[in-house]
Each structure stands twice: as C-alpha cells, then as structure tokens.
Design a protein around this ligand. Structure first.
Ligand code: SAM
Ligand code: DTB
Ligand code: SF4
Length: 345
C-alpha cells in the first residue's frame, strides 16, 4: 500500500509528472486501485446560488463584475428553490451537491443565514453537501459545520508564483488562511486548481506541491481545465491538451493517494476516450448536468452513455461511511469557540 506522505519535494513531484506517459498512467492506476474501486465514479451536481456581480478580478471568471460577459447577475436564490434543485439532483443520481456563490467572502448577514438553511436542508437529504462561497473565517466555518456542511471548496487555482498574474484582489496567503479555517472546523477540505491559464509546468507542480505538503492532504482536489469565456482576460487561451489534464490527475493521484481527485470543469471539450484516460489515471468524480456554475457541461444523456460504455457505477455518498457525526462532534461548537475566545481575552 502506498504510504501517505506530506514531505514531497518539488523535484519528486516533477519527476512523477514527467514520467513516460504510459508508465505514469500505470503507476497512477495502481495507486488508484489500492484506494478505490476503479469502476466507481462519484456523480456531483453544482448549483450557482448567487451568480455574477463579483467584485474580484479572477482572470478566468465570467462572474467578475468588471468583465463584460453574458452572465446575468442573480441575487441569492430562495432556500426552497435550492432544495428543489438538490432533490432533483439526488433523483438524477448525484450524491454530492455543491452550492457556489459569486462572493469575495462570506459576510455575517441574512444571506449567510439563508445559506445555512440551504446546507441544513441538503444535509437532511443524505447527500454530501459542499459550498464554495469565497473567503471564510474560522467562526463562519464552524457555523457551516454546525448546519451540516460536509465539504468546503476553496481552490488555490495556480501556483504561488503565477498567482499574481491571475488575481490581484486577494493574496495566496488569504486563500491558505481560508483553507486553514475550513480544516480547523473539521469540515472536509476541497482545494485544487485550473490548468490552461498560461501557467508553466513548474507552476502546475508548485500548486500540487502546496497541496501535497499540507499537514493533512485535502480530502478532495478538483482539477479544472479552463473554460475560456468571452469577455474575460483569458478568453483566447488555447485548449489544454488532454495529455496535460491526465498528467495532472495522475500526479495528484500518486502524491495524494487517499484524496478524491475530481475531474471538474472542461469535460465539455473532452471526448469519451479522453475522459476514460482521466478515470484510468485516478479521477474519482464528475460534475453532472448541462451547466457547471455558468458554463456548459456535457448533457445528462451523454454522461449516461459514458457510464454505460465504460461500465462505471456511480459511487454512494460518504465514501468510508463517514457521515461526520462522531469525529466532528468532538470538535468545539461555535458556542465553545466563542467562549474560548472570551477566555483568551
Ligand atoms: N467565489 C468563490 C471563490 O472564488 O472561491 C466561489 C465560486 S468560484 C466560481 C469557484 C472556482 O471555480 C474558482 O476557484 C475556479 O477554480 C473555478 N472556475 C471559475 N471560472 C472558471 C473557468 N472559466 N474555468 C475553469 N474553472 C473556473
Ligand atoms: C471547482 O474546482 N470547479 C467547480 C467547483 N469547484 C465550484 C466550478 C467550475 C466553474 C466553471 C466555470 C463556470 O461554470 O462558471
Ligand atoms: Fe468572484 Fe469566485 Fe469568480 Fe473570483 S472566482 S471572480 S471570487 S466568483
């Protein structure tokens, strides 16, 4: 069994990424089999609960207010509407439901209270409930956890070195702080990035390295291929070769053997054969439904054919039967956390 290591060097990770392609896939597929049923792929659903009008300047993002894209601004959805969408996702076979908001950060306001209600509702449907709401304090993470949040997605997006080319309105350290706050709350960490932003291979290695030397690896690492959107600064970026996508997935699989490596944005431009290579290299999940947050994704029918052709089966929620109740309950609640802060003063 491959041991879980948190002391990878960049050179070691680079050597894996650069392995002869067929050797790389073979090694990744071997690690994948030690930790997962290779026929299983989790089906997840994304919903943009608050769309567009974001004050940030992420160069890839169609939801940034400053870029002129076709995205229509939509205020936070109503709780019932979101719960209806979650139920429909579950009926269609999804076991993880991820709600995204085009926010720079979570604020302690009525909208956050509504999101907490959404989390409670989805959690009661026995799906893994995930949110991606921007930056977050430890206290806010604890509130989400108490509402039943299973996972929080906050991507590094790229390497620390390349980061300033992509985003200027918040720092890499801000991102790491949010990830740390999620980790401390006991919520499962989902953090990965995007390729095709104009980064070098060293930047890709740098991003994987940052994740792989965290004291605990993220439970999930999404690998996104840029979906270039007209009106954003990265609208003309060339398509990422599938070989690069597979190398990223395989490298993440090998250096973080227990992590769920998630084949995320970019499937709409990938053939079935290309996606099969991603699963071979250890990808654990896809997003289903014809829309990601705002951009297109393969149609449900296409994914049905994909699963049938590759004899895949959708994985159940809570991989290790680990719906968090026991372990998480040992972590202080929001009230305990506040009392501890008062004690410190
Ligand atoms: N506003 C929150 C934030 O930035 O953390 C949550 C939503 S944001 C859209 C979630 C993630 O989607 C980003 O971190 C980025 O990795 C990914 N993303 C956004 N636009 C994308 C695009 N055009 N192509 C691929 N991934 C994209
Ligand atoms: C992630 O890494 N990819 C998903 C999810 N986490 C939130 C988002 C992809 C968004 C693609 C662009 C869009 O549809 O707006
Ligand atoms: Fe805003 Fe998130 Fe898009 Fe950045 S990625 S512009 S923070 S919605």
């Amino acid at each position: 069994m491959t041991e879980v290591r948190n002391n990878w060097t960049r050179e070691e990770i680079r050597a894996i990424y650069d392995m002869p392609f067929l050797e790389l896939i073979y090694k990744a597929a071997t690690v994948h089999r030690e930790n997962n049923d290779p026929q299983e792929v989790q089906v997840c659903t994304l919903l943009s609960v608050k769309t567009g009008g974001c004050p940030e300047d992420c160069a890839y993002c169609p939801q940034a207010a400053r870029y002129h894209t076709d995205v229509k601004v939509q205020k936070l959805m109503e709780v019932d509407e979101v719960l209806d969408a979650a139920r429909a996702a579950k009926d269609a076979g999804s076991t993880r439901f991820c709600m995204g908001a085009a926010w720079r950060e979570v604020r302690d306001n009525r909208d956050f209270d509504k999101v907490l209600e959404m989390v409670k509702g989805v959690n009661s449907m026995d799906m893994e409930v995930c949110c991606t709401l921007g930056m977050l304090s430890e206290e806010q993470a604890l509130k989400l956890r108490d509402a039943g949040l299973y996972a929080y997605n906050h991507n590094l997006d790229t390497s620390e070195e390349h980061y300033d080319e992509i985003i200027s309105t918040r720092t890499y350290d801000d991102r790491l702080d949010t990830i740390d706050n999620v980790r401390k709350s006991g919520i499962s960490v989902c953090s990965g990035g995007i390729i095709g932003l104009g980064e070098t291979v060293e930047d890709r290695i740098g991003m994987i390295h940052t994740l792989a030397v965290m004291p605990k690896h993220p439970e999930s690492v999404p690998v996104n291929a840029l979906v270039p959107v007209e009106g954003t600064p990265l609208e003309s970026q060339p398509k990422v070769p599938v070989w690069d996508m597979v190398r990223m997935i395989a490298t993440a699989r090998i250096v973080m053997p227990k992590t769920q490596v998630r084949l995320s944005a970019g499937r709409v431009r990938m053939s079935m054969e290309e996606q099969a290579l991603c699963f071979m290299a250890g990808a654990n999940s896809i997003f289903a439904g014809d829309k990601l947050l705002t951009t297109p994704n393969p149609e449900e029918d296409q994914d049905k054919v994909l699963f049938q052709t590759l004899n895949l089966k959708p994985r159940k929620a809570f991989k290790n039967g680990d719906k968090p109740s026991v372990e998480v309950n040992q972590i202080p609640s929001v009230a305990d956390h506040n009392n501890a802060l008062l004690d410190e003063k």
